[in-house]
Design a protein around this ligand. Structure first.
Ligand code: PLP
Length: 403
């Protein structure tokens, strides 16, 4: 087919293929424990739903919004950012997009020239490398593992910075690791970034409200406010307000960058949903904590079940303390099952084959780590209800221990 070389360079998602398989097996009557979810299995807070319902009555809810979002809402989210992060916001602006995925995409478009390098910290969110490549950039990866609590070594980051490095993406709290980087790391990272004034720092904070064990996350720019004029912060209602389908996210960035992003957005999609923006403008963000409290109780309980199950199944070597977002990474290479797949070639990635067998033989769906830049691992979601979650863990432990 006459497709562009640009689109041919973008990888298909393994996750999507496995999700389709899980759905097929479920339709065939097999009981499937789907731990691949990237969203909360609940509706948004009632107060937010009511605001959407009220806004249905206004003509403006059905008309184009300004390209970068409704001005009052942009001010509101900027203030919220300043208040929750305890930082100054002079010189910064907010831009609203159709989900933070689009925010990150247009932000990369605003800063990447072909051949520019962008540093990713693995495990990373699946879309980063593909987005970078789509704009002609070159993803460069630094890896971390459960051994170091999934905090990448700063010396490793320092080593791969070159004059061509245009940006680094930091995602803390992290999808898929389910951790946020410690304050000590954030301070040292801020110091490192001060030494490289040619770099943008993209801080993906879509899980910032979802931390269920102390200490709470901190962010590098809180420790070095001078970095703010080359930092872009991303947020969204997707995870905090259980609203992945409503598609609303935002960027907080220096004014010049927001203008550039608006140029791309204006020619590509126009502004995001006027209805949802108007509802969010009316919504009191104070409700967030109350809404998320039971969610955090649930995540804490799930994380404890993971710990107990791994310990009682002689798999304690897989355990690390997850404390944010709603995921846990399993390192297959340290399980008895792995030898069966890897045989002579333990250096290759088998995460897809392993997840496939786990799904077909044991009915448990995980997301293969290959998509996150972490071979021979998989992401498990902690959002499922307690009883089926425990059954899924039970099946998983049997599988991981099968030689
Ligand atoms: N960033 C991370 C780390 C994510 O996990 C996701 C979604 O899963 C997004 C960004 C995009 O979220 P949305 O476009 O729904 O706001």
């Amino acid at each position: 087919m006459l497709l562009s070389s640009r689109v041919k360079g973008v990888a298909d998602s393994i996750t999507q293929q496995l999700n389709e398989k899980a759905q097929l097996l479920s339709e065939e009557g097999q009981v499937i424990y789907n731990l691949s979810a990237g969203q909360l299995p609940i509706k948004p807070p009632q107060e937010f739903i009511e605001k959407i319902q009220q806004q249905l009555n206004f003509l403006k809810s059905y008309q184009y919004s300004p390209v970068n979002g409704i001005p009052e809402l942009r001010k509101k989210i900027l203030q919220h950012h300043g208040a929750t992060r305890q930082v100054k916001t002079e010189g910064l602006e907010a831009v609203f997009s159709n989900g933070s995925k689009q925010s990150i995409y247009i932000a990369l478009g605003a800063v990447i020239d072909p051949g520019d390098e962008v540093i990713l910290l693995a495990p990373y969110w699946v879309s980063y490398p593909e987005m970078v490549k789509f704009w002609g950039g070159v993803p460069v990866t630094v890896k971390s593992t459960a051994f170091d609590g999934f905090s990448p070594a700063l010396e490793d980051i320092a080593k791969i910075i070159t004059p061509r490095t245009k940006a680094i993406i930091v995602n803390s709290p992290n999808n898929p690791a389910g951790v946020h980087y410690p304050e000590k790391w954030m301070r040292a990272f801020a110091d490192l970034m001060k030494e490289h004034p040619h770099m943008w720092i993209l801080s993906d904070e879509v899980y910032s409200d979802l931390t269920y064990f102390d200490p709470a996350p901190t962010y590098f720019y809180q420790h070095a406010p001078e970095l703010i004029d080359r930092t872009m912060v991303f947020g969204a209602i997707s995870k905090s307000l259980a609203s992945t389908g409503l598609r609303l996210g935002w960027t907080i960035a220096p004014k010049g960058a927001t203008v550039a992003m608006g140029r791309i957005q204006g020619q590509a999609t126009s502004g995001p949903s006027a209805l949802i923006q108007r509802a969010l403008l009316d919504f009191d963000l104070q409700h967030l904590n109350r809404f998320l409290e039971p969610v955090k109780v649930h995540l804490r309980r799930s994380a404890n079940h993971v710990r107990e199950k791994l310990k009682s199944s002689d798999l304690a070597q897989l355990w690390y303390q997850s404390h944010s977002a709603f995921y846990f990474m399993l390192d297959f290479s340290r399980t008895p099952m792995f030898a069966r797949f890897a045989g002579e070639h333990p250096e290759k990635d088998y995460s897809k084959e392993i997840c496939q067998e786990l799904l077909e033989k044991h009915g448990v769906a995980l997301v293969p780590g290959a998509d996150f830049g972490l071979p021979n691992s998989a992401r498990m979601s902690l959002t499922m209800e307690e009883v089926p979650f425990q059954e899924a863990l039970h099946r998983l432990a049997i599988f991981l221990n099968t030689h």
